[in-house]
Design a protein around this ligand. Structure first.
Ligand code: 13P
Length: 256
Protein backbone atom coordinates (compact mmCIF):
# COMPACT_ATOMS: atom_id res chain seq x y z
CA UNK A 1 0.00 0.00 0.00
CA UNK A 2 1.33 3.46 -0.88
CA UNK A 3 2.23 5.79 1.94
CA UNK A 4 -0.87 7.47 3.35
CA UNK A 5 -1.25 10.94 4.82
CA UNK A 6 -3.39 11.29 7.94
CA UNK A 7 -4.21 14.81 9.06
CA UNK A 8 -6.16 15.82 12.14
CA UNK A 9 -8.27 18.96 12.16
CA UNK A 10 -8.87 19.79 15.82
CA UNK A 11 -11.35 22.57 14.97
CA UNK A 12 -12.24 24.73 18.02
CA UNK A 13 -11.36 22.11 20.61
CA UNK A 14 -8.63 21.84 23.26
CA UNK A 15 -7.25 24.56 25.47
CA UNK A 16 -3.49 24.58 25.93
CA UNK A 17 -3.29 22.04 28.74
CA UNK A 18 -5.65 19.68 26.89
CA UNK A 19 -3.66 20.17 23.69
CA UNK A 20 -0.42 19.32 25.43
CA UNK A 21 -1.94 16.18 26.94
CA UNK A 22 -3.23 14.97 23.56
CA UNK A 23 0.09 15.64 21.82
CA UNK A 24 2.04 13.77 24.51
CA UNK A 25 -0.34 10.81 24.22
CA UNK A 26 0.06 10.77 20.45
CA UNK A 27 3.83 10.96 20.65
CA UNK A 28 3.94 8.09 23.12
CA UNK A 29 1.74 5.92 20.95
CA UNK A 30 3.70 6.71 17.81
CA UNK A 31 7.01 5.89 19.42
CA UNK A 32 5.64 2.42 20.08
CA UNK A 33 4.58 2.07 16.46
CA UNK A 34 7.62 1.16 14.42
CA UNK A 35 5.90 1.05 11.01
CA UNK A 36 6.60 4.74 10.32
CA UNK A 37 5.00 4.66 6.94
CA UNK A 38 2.51 7.47 6.96
CA UNK A 39 2.75 11.23 6.93
CA UNK A 40 1.00 12.66 9.98
CA UNK A 41 -0.13 16.27 10.35
CA UNK A 42 -2.06 17.77 13.24
CA UNK A 43 -3.85 21.11 13.06
CA UNK A 44 -4.60 22.39 16.58
CA UNK A 45 -6.11 25.84 17.23
CA UNK A 46 -3.81 28.85 16.68
CA UNK A 47 -3.43 29.33 20.42
CA UNK A 48 -1.76 25.94 20.82
CA UNK A 49 0.56 26.08 17.78
CA UNK A 50 3.68 27.35 19.53
CA UNK A 51 3.51 24.89 22.38
CA UNK A 52 2.65 22.11 19.95
CA UNK A 53 5.72 22.97 17.85
CA UNK A 54 7.91 22.76 20.94
CA UNK A 55 6.41 19.44 21.97
CA UNK A 56 6.75 18.04 18.44
CA UNK A 57 10.40 18.98 17.91
CA UNK A 58 12.12 15.75 16.85
CA UNK A 59 8.77 14.03 16.30
CA UNK A 60 7.55 12.71 12.93
CA UNK A 61 4.27 14.57 13.42
CA UNK A 62 4.05 17.76 11.35
CA UNK A 63 2.12 20.81 12.43
CA UNK A 64 -0.51 22.87 10.64
CA UNK A 65 -2.93 25.72 11.26
CA UNK A 66 -6.62 25.60 10.38
CA UNK A 67 -6.74 28.89 8.49
CA UNK A 68 -4.84 32.07 7.63
CA UNK A 69 -5.97 35.57 6.66
CA UNK A 70 -5.75 36.62 3.00
CA UNK A 71 -3.63 39.74 3.54
CA UNK A 72 0.01 39.63 4.58
CA UNK A 73 -0.49 42.04 7.48
CA UNK A 74 -2.48 45.12 8.46
CA UNK A 75 -5.27 46.51 10.60
CA UNK A 76 -7.40 43.36 10.69
CA UNK A 77 -8.32 42.94 14.32
CA UNK A 78 -8.52 39.35 15.39
CA UNK A 79 -6.99 37.83 12.27
CA UNK A 80 -3.87 35.65 11.99
CA UNK A 81 -1.37 36.01 9.15
CA UNK A 82 0.54 33.33 7.27
CA UNK A 83 3.79 34.77 8.68
CA UNK A 84 2.47 34.46 12.23
CA UNK A 85 1.54 30.84 11.61
CA UNK A 86 4.93 30.17 10.04
CA UNK A 87 6.72 31.72 12.99
CA UNK A 88 5.17 29.17 15.36
CA UNK A 89 6.93 26.36 13.50
CA UNK A 90 3.83 25.16 11.64
CA UNK A 91 4.46 23.94 8.08
CA UNK A 92 0.88 23.53 6.89
CA UNK A 93 -2.42 25.33 6.81
CA UNK A 94 -5.90 24.12 6.01
CA UNK A 95 -7.70 26.43 3.56
CA UNK A 96 -11.30 26.43 2.37
CA UNK A 97 -12.79 24.16 5.02
CA UNK A 98 -16.56 23.95 4.59
CA UNK A 99 -17.06 25.43 8.07
CA UNK A 100 -15.11 28.53 6.92
CA UNK A 101 -17.17 28.63 3.72
CA UNK A 102 -20.46 28.22 5.60
CA UNK A 103 -20.05 30.27 8.79
CA UNK A 104 -17.53 32.87 7.63
CA UNK A 105 -18.78 33.21 4.06
CA UNK A 106 -15.44 32.44 2.47
CA UNK A 107 -15.91 32.28 -1.26
CA UNK A 108 -13.75 30.86 -4.03
CA UNK A 109 -11.90 34.17 -4.55
CA UNK A 110 -10.96 34.46 -0.89
CA UNK A 111 -9.85 30.86 -0.84
CA UNK A 112 -7.71 31.40 -3.94
CA UNK A 113 -6.06 34.46 -2.34
CA UNK A 114 -5.34 32.51 0.81
CA UNK A 115 -3.82 29.60 -1.11
CA UNK A 116 -1.55 31.93 -3.08
CA UNK A 117 -0.43 33.71 0.07
CA UNK A 118 0.19 30.48 1.96
CA UNK A 119 2.39 29.21 -0.88
CA UNK A 120 4.23 32.51 -1.09
CA UNK A 121 4.99 32.22 2.62
CA UNK A 122 6.09 28.61 2.17
CA UNK A 123 3.22 27.02 4.01
CA UNK A 124 1.88 23.81 2.53
CA UNK A 125 -1.85 23.79 1.95
CA UNK A 126 -4.61 21.31 2.70
CA UNK A 127 -7.24 22.62 0.29
CA UNK A 128 -10.76 21.50 1.22
CA UNK A 129 -13.64 21.07 -1.18
CA UNK A 130 -16.95 19.22 -1.12
CA UNK A 131 -20.65 19.43 -1.91
CA UNK A 132 -23.66 19.87 0.36
CA UNK A 133 -26.37 17.21 0.60
CA UNK A 134 -28.72 19.35 -1.43
CA UNK A 135 -26.24 19.61 -4.29
CA UNK A 136 -25.50 15.88 -4.19
CA UNK A 137 -29.21 15.13 -4.36
CA UNK A 138 -29.44 17.37 -7.43
CA UNK A 139 -26.62 15.37 -9.01
CA UNK A 140 -24.35 18.41 -8.97
CA UNK A 141 -21.40 16.98 -7.01
CA UNK A 142 -19.05 16.90 -9.97
CA UNK A 143 -20.02 20.40 -11.10
CA UNK A 144 -19.46 21.85 -7.67
CA UNK A 145 -16.08 20.24 -7.05
CA UNK A 146 -14.95 21.23 -10.55
CA UNK A 147 -15.86 24.81 -9.79
CA UNK A 148 -14.14 24.72 -6.41
CA UNK A 149 -10.92 23.33 -7.90
CA UNK A 150 -10.93 25.69 -10.90
CA UNK A 151 -11.38 28.76 -8.72
CA UNK A 152 -9.40 27.66 -5.69
CA UNK A 153 -6.32 26.78 -7.74
CA UNK A 154 -6.73 29.58 -10.30
CA UNK A 155 -3.49 31.10 -11.66
CA UNK A 156 -1.26 28.56 -9.95
CA UNK A 157 1.42 26.92 -11.95
CA UNK A 158 1.79 23.14 -12.04
CA UNK A 159 5.03 23.26 -10.05
CA UNK A 160 3.15 24.77 -7.11
CA UNK A 161 0.87 21.77 -6.84
CA UNK A 162 3.50 19.78 -4.98
CA UNK A 163 2.80 21.97 -1.95
CA UNK A 164 -0.95 21.40 -2.10
CA UNK A 165 -2.95 18.47 -0.83
CA UNK A 166 -6.64 18.35 -1.74
CA UNK A 167 -9.17 17.12 0.81
CA UNK A 168 -12.52 15.97 -0.51
CA UNK A 169 -14.93 16.53 2.35
CA UNK A 170 -18.59 16.16 1.43
CA UNK A 171 -20.41 18.58 3.72
CA UNK A 172 -23.12 16.03 4.51
CA UNK A 173 -20.50 13.67 5.91
CA UNK A 174 -18.80 16.15 8.24
CA UNK A 175 -19.62 15.61 11.90
CA UNK A 176 -22.71 13.60 11.00
CA UNK A 177 -21.42 10.04 11.34
CA UNK A 178 -22.53 9.49 7.72
CA UNK A 179 -19.30 8.71 5.92
CA UNK A 180 -19.22 8.62 2.15
CA UNK A 181 -18.93 4.99 1.08
CA UNK A 182 -15.54 3.97 -0.29
CA UNK A 183 -17.18 3.86 -3.74
CA UNK A 184 -18.62 7.36 -3.45
CA UNK A 185 -15.29 8.79 -2.28
CA UNK A 186 -13.28 6.84 -4.88
CA UNK A 187 -15.51 8.12 -7.69
CA UNK A 188 -14.93 11.75 -6.77
CA UNK A 189 -11.23 11.32 -6.03
CA UNK A 190 -10.60 9.82 -9.43
CA UNK A 191 -12.71 12.54 -11.03
CA UNK A 192 -10.61 15.16 -9.20
CA UNK A 193 -7.45 13.74 -10.75
CA UNK A 194 -9.08 14.18 -14.17
CA UNK A 195 -9.94 17.81 -13.43
CA UNK A 196 -6.41 18.53 -12.26
CA UNK A 197 -5.00 16.89 -15.37
CA UNK A 198 -7.27 19.03 -17.52
CA UNK A 199 -6.23 22.21 -15.71
CA UNK A 200 -2.52 21.60 -15.18
CA UNK A 201 -1.46 18.95 -17.65
CA UNK A 202 -1.44 15.19 -17.99
CA UNK A 203 -0.04 13.38 -14.97
CA UNK A 204 -0.52 16.25 -12.49
CA UNK A 205 -3.72 14.69 -11.12
CA UNK A 206 -2.00 11.42 -10.36
CA UNK A 207 0.72 13.22 -8.39
CA UNK A 208 -1.73 15.12 -6.21
CA UNK A 209 -2.36 13.74 -2.72
CA UNK A 210 -6.12 13.57 -2.26
CA UNK A 211 -7.49 13.01 1.25
CA UNK A 212 -11.02 12.06 2.16
CA UNK A 213 -12.68 13.79 5.11
CA UNK A 214 -16.10 13.41 6.74
CA UNK A 215 -16.75 11.08 9.68
CA UNK A 216 -13.57 9.05 9.20
CA UNK A 217 -13.42 6.67 12.18
CA UNK A 218 -11.30 3.68 13.16
CA UNK A 219 -13.95 1.30 11.86
CA UNK A 220 -14.36 2.81 8.38
CA UNK A 221 -10.81 3.98 7.64
CA UNK A 222 -9.55 0.69 6.29
CA UNK A 223 -12.34 0.44 3.69
CA UNK A 224 -11.69 3.98 2.49
CA UNK A 225 -7.92 3.50 2.37
CA UNK A 226 -8.27 0.37 0.27
CA UNK A 227 -9.40 2.45 -2.71
CA UNK A 228 -6.68 3.43 -5.17
CA UNK A 229 -7.38 7.15 -5.28
CA UNK A 230 -7.85 7.73 -1.54
CA UNK A 231 -4.43 8.82 -0.31
CA UNK A 232 -5.39 9.34 3.31
CA UNK A 233 -7.78 11.21 5.55
CA UNK A 234 -8.53 14.57 7.06
CA UNK A 235 -10.00 13.58 10.40
CA UNK A 236 -12.18 15.77 12.63
CA UNK A 237 -13.87 14.29 15.70
CA UNK A 238 -11.82 11.10 15.82
CA UNK A 239 -8.51 13.00 15.98
CA UNK A 240 -9.39 14.49 19.37
CA UNK A 241 -8.74 11.16 21.02
CA UNK A 242 -5.22 9.72 20.77
CA UNK A 243 -6.38 6.14 20.65
CA UNK A 244 -8.87 6.58 17.80
CA UNK A 245 -6.51 8.82 15.79
CA UNK A 246 -3.80 6.22 16.23
CA UNK A 247 -6.13 3.48 14.99
CA UNK A 248 -6.78 5.50 11.83
CA UNK A 249 -3.03 6.02 11.36
CA UNK A 250 -2.50 2.27 11.75
CA UNK A 251 -5.27 1.52 9.25
CA UNK A 252 -3.32 3.70 6.81
CA UNK A 253 -0.19 1.70 7.49
CA UNK A 254 -1.94 -1.62 7.11
CA UNK A 255 -1.19 -2.45 10.78
CA UNK A 256 -3.99 -3.61 13.05
P1 13P B 1 -15.45 14.82 11.21
O1 13P B 1 -14.38 13.76 11.07
O2 13P B 1 -15.73 15.18 12.62
O3 13P B 1 -16.65 14.48 10.41
O4 13P B 1 -14.84 16.16 10.54
C1 13P B 1 -14.26 16.10 9.29
C2 13P B 1 -13.64 17.40 9.01
O5 13P B 1 -14.32 18.40 8.86
C3 13P B 1 -12.17 17.46 8.92
O6 13P B 1 -11.74 18.68 8.41
Amino acid sequence: MAKKMIAGNWKMYKNNSEALRLIKQLRNRLEKNPARKSKIVICPPFTALSLAAKELASSRIELGAQNIFWEEEGAYTGEISADMVKSTGAKWTIIGHSERRQYFKEDEKVINRKIKLALKKKLKVIFCIGETLELRQQNLTKDIVTNQVEWGLKDLDPAQLKNIVTAYEPVWAIGTGKTATPDQAQEIHSFLREIIDALFGAGTGQKMTILYGGSVKPDNAEGLFSRPDIDGALVGGACLDASSFMKIIKAGEGVF
